[in-house]
Ligand binder design. Structure first.
Ligand SMILES: Nc1ncnc2c1ncn2[C@@H]1O[C@H](COP(=O)(O)OP(=O)(O)OP(=O)(O)O)[C@@H](O)[C@H]1O
Length: 347
C-alpha cells in the first residue's frame, strides 16, 4: 500500500481514527452540505465594515504594485480595533479606501450599508461628511489653521446642514448655537474644553489631535478611522490621544479603527489585526479573566491566524523560518487540528 502525505491524504490522520471523516460522502450528505451552505448568511451580513477580497493595484511608470491582495476584514459595530503591519503592508491604502478617498481595483467594501465601489461622487461626498470621520497623522491635516477649536468642530456640522450663511435669520442663529453647544460638549468630553477659543498654532500637538477627534465625531459618524494618530507625538501624549479614542468608543458608542505602529496602543485594545503583504494575516483578541478564587483580574490574549474563504492561511514568518519551511509543506488532518510540517523529501 502506498501512503501519500499531504493535503487530503494524511497518514497521521488515518492512524488516529479520522478515517470516518474521510470516507466518501453519500449523495444525501452532499445535498445536505449544499443546502446548509445556501442557508448560511452572506459574508459580513452583520458587520459594520466588510472588506471582501479587496484588491488595490497601483501602476506607476508601467510598474504594478499590488498594495492590497485580496484582503478580508469584518468589523462589528461598537468595536475599537487596531490595525498594525510593517511599512508598505497596505494599511494606509486600506484606510484611504474605507475613508472614501480612493477606490479599490476589485473586491467589495461596505461601511454602514454603503457600497464603496458603486458610490457616485455626490454620495461619496455625503459619505465622507456624514458616515465616517477621520483623524490623520499630520496634525496640520486635521484642522483649519485660521479657525478656533470650536469653529473647527462646528464646521462639519455646518457643511452637513448646507451652505454657510452670513448674517442669517433667527433660525440659522438657533442652529449656530446648537452647533456651538455640541462643539463645547465634545471638546469637554475629550478634555480640551480650555482650547475652545484657540487656533491650532496656539495648541500643543496632543491638544490638536484631541480637537481633531472632536471634529471627526461632530456629525455622529458610524465609524472614525485614524491613520497613525499618535505618530508625531511622544509616548505620554500618545497615551492621552488613545484615551480620547477610548472615551469616544465607550461613551458615544462610536466604532473606531486605528492604524498604529505603537505597540503600547496596539496592546490596549481588545482586537488587533495585523496586515501582511496586503492581506489580513493574524489577529490578537484580548479579554479580562477574573480568577474565581482570588477575584484577581488578568488580561488574556490569544493570537489567531486568519483563514480566508478559499482556505488560504498566512503562517507567521517567525514560525516558518524557525523550521526552515518554504515552497512546499506537509499537511495532516488530525482529530481536532491540522498539522503543518516541513517537507522531509526536500533536497
Ligand atoms: N499612490 C500610490 N502609487 C503607487 N504605489 C503606491 C501608492 N500608494 C501606496 N503605494 C504602494 O502600495 C504599498 C502599500 O502602501 P501603504 O502606504 O498602504 O503601506 P502602509 O502599510 O500604510 O505603510 P506605512 O506604514 O509606511 O505608511 C507600498 O508598496 C506602496 O509603495
Amino acid at each position: 500500500m502506498t501512503t501519500t502525505e499531504g493535503p487530503g491524504n494524511s497518514s497521521g490522520a488515518s492512524s488516529t481514527g479520522v478515517s470516518s471523516i474521510r470516507s466518501s460522502p453519500s449523495l444525501s450528505d452532499l445535498e445536505q452540505r449544499v443546502a446548509a451552505r445556501r442557508e448560511r448568511p452572506a459574508y459580513g451580513h452583520d458587520a459594520l465594515i466588510t472588506c471582501d477580497r479587496l484588491v488595490r493595484i497601483f501602476t506607476t511608470d508601467g510598474v504594478e504594485v499590488q498594495a492590497l491582495q485580496g484582503l478580508d476584514l469584518l468589523v462589528r459595530e461598537g468595536e475599537l480595533l487596531a490595525l498594525v503591519g510593517a511599512s508598505g503592508s497596505g494599511k494606509s491604502t486600506l484606510m484611504n479606501i474605507l475613508a472614501g478617498l480612493d477606490e479599490p481595483t476589485a473586491g467589495a467594501a461596505k461601511v454602514a450599508g454603503r457600497d464603496l465601489l458603486t458610490m457616485g461622487a455626490k454620495e461619496r461626498l455625503r459619505y465622507r461628511r456624514e458616515v465616517v470621520g477621520f483623524v490623520w497623522q499630520q496634525t496640520s491635516r486635521n484642522l483649519l489653521p485660521y479657525l478656533t477649536a470650536s469653529q473647527n468642530v462646528a464646521l462639519p456640522m455646518q457643511l452637513r446642514g448646507g451652505g454657510v450663511r452670513i448674517g442669517g435669520s433667527a433660525g440659522s442663529g438657533r442652529k449656530r448655537s446648537r452647533r456651538a453647544a455640541r462643539a463645547a460638549e465634545l471638546l469637554d468630553l475629550l478634555g480640551v474644553a480650555d482650547c475652545r477659543d484657540r487656533r491650532p498654532r496656539q495648541m500643543s500637538g496632543g491638544q490638536q489631535q484631541r480637537v481633531a477627534i472632536a471634529v471627526a465625531l461632530a456629525n455622529e459618524p458610524a465609524v472614525v478611522f485614524a491613520d497613525e494618530p499618535t505618530g508625531e507625538l511622544d509616548s505620554h501624549t500618545g497615551e492621552q490621544i488613545f484615551a480620547a479614542f477610548r472615551t469616544a468608543n465607550e461613551q458615544l458608542g462610536t466604532t473606531v479603527v486605528i492604524v498604529t505602529h505603537d505597540q503600547a496602543v496596539a496592546q490596549e485594545v481588545r482586537r488587533t489585526v495585523a496586515i501582511r503583504d496586503g492581506r489580513t494575516s493574524t489577529e490578537v483578541l484580548r479579554h479580562t479573566r477574573i480568577d474565581e478564587a482570588t477575584g484577581q483580574e488578568s488580561l488574556v490574549s490569544r493570537e489567531y491566524a486568519m483563514l480566508d474563504r478559499a482556505g488560504r492561511l498566512q503562517l507567521p514568518a517567525e514560525y516558518t523560518d524557525s523550521l526552515g519551511m518554504r515552497d512546499r509543506v506537509l499537511l495532516g488532518l488530525e482529530q481536532d487540528h491540522i498539522q503543518v510540517r516541513p517537507d522531509d523529501q526536500e533536497r
